[in-house]
Design a protein around this ligand. Structure first.
Ligand SMILES: NC(=O)c1ccc[n+]([C@@H]2O[C@H](COP(=O)([O-])OP(=O)(O)OC[C@H]3O[C@@H](n4cnc5c(N)ncnc54)[C@H](OP(=O)(O)O)[C@@H]3O)[C@@H](O)[C@H]2O)c1
Length: 212
């Protein structure tokens, strides 16, 4: 297969498309024929040599991807050959094929193209694990999102609104705040012009940003 190889630590010019060996799957993994991948900041750190992949992970860039399942390990029951999926990877998305643990794979949400779904797993897993699994945000609570127009922020606003929370956001410009508003944010605060702590208290009857 072809993969984008980091030939030496450095800028984007060190990346080269090369012929490499196909990945082999373990019993608990699936093989995805990659449709699309994404660019995360961590990819740029890996490329410049300051963020090496974990031991045993693919040496190629790419922390998430979408595509079609081409092979399934014998211990994987949820997925079958031909399924269209997206996946959270520990590397290897910048290649024609990637092996990934069956538990790190998600279906393509209805209404999202296979290509666009490549950019979902990183934000979805990050927001879901921190906001809902750890912090247990629930309907009726108030939720403050800093960097509302960021990758994480835009996902967090939408899913928190969907779960019935009131969403306060901060961002550094009116344009960014207008975008957050369009995504459903209830209160939009320009932290460069306003004291966000005072405004958040004002908006929540003096309690701050949590209803606990
Ligand atoms: N994206 C992911 O999937 C992912 C996964 C795991 C962890 N993370 C972490 O989550 C954080 C946010 O990631 P992201 O992908 O959502 O980031 P992003 O889209 O690049 O947005 C970063 C936001 O931070 C704010 N900011 C404040 N000071 C900044 C500065 N000096 N330079 C640049 N931005 C500045 C900016 O909004 P304002 O103008 O509103 O200040 C900007 O919109 C990062 O720490 C990242 O490492 C991200």
């Amino acid at each position: 297969m072809k993969a984008v190889v980091i030939t030496t630590a450095g800028g984007p010019e060190v990346l080269q498309l090369q012929q490499v060996n196909d990945p082999e799957i373990k019993d608990d993994e699936i093989l995805i024929k990659v449709e699309a991948t994404a660019l995360n900041r961590a990819d740029t750190f890996q490329r410049n040599g300051s963020y090496p992949p974990p031991k045993g992970a693919s040496p190629y860039l790419g922390l998430e991807c979408s595509g079609t399942i081409q092979a399934v390990g014998k211990d994987v029951s949820r997925w079958k050959v031909g399924d269209q999926v997206c996946a959270l990877l520990n590397g290897g998305g910048y290649a024609e094929k990637v092996a990934v643990h069956g538990g790190h794979v998600l279906p393509i949400p209805p209404g999202v193209s296979l290509k666009d779904a490549a950019g979902l797993p990183e934000v979805a897993c990050t927001v879901w694990s921190t906001v809902f699994m750890m912090s247990r945000l629930s309907a009726g609570e108030t939720f403050l999102v800093h960097g509302g127009s960021s990758g994480i922020g835009t996902f967090a606003i939408q899913i928190a609104k969907n779960k019935g929370a009131t969403v306060l956001v901060t961002a550094g410009s009116e344009e960014k705040l207008a975008f957050c508003k369009k995504l459903g944010a209830d209160v939009c605060i320009n932290y460069k012009r306003e004291d966000f702590v005072a405004r958040a208290k004002e908006e929540t009857g003096g309690k701050g940003w949590s209803s606990h």
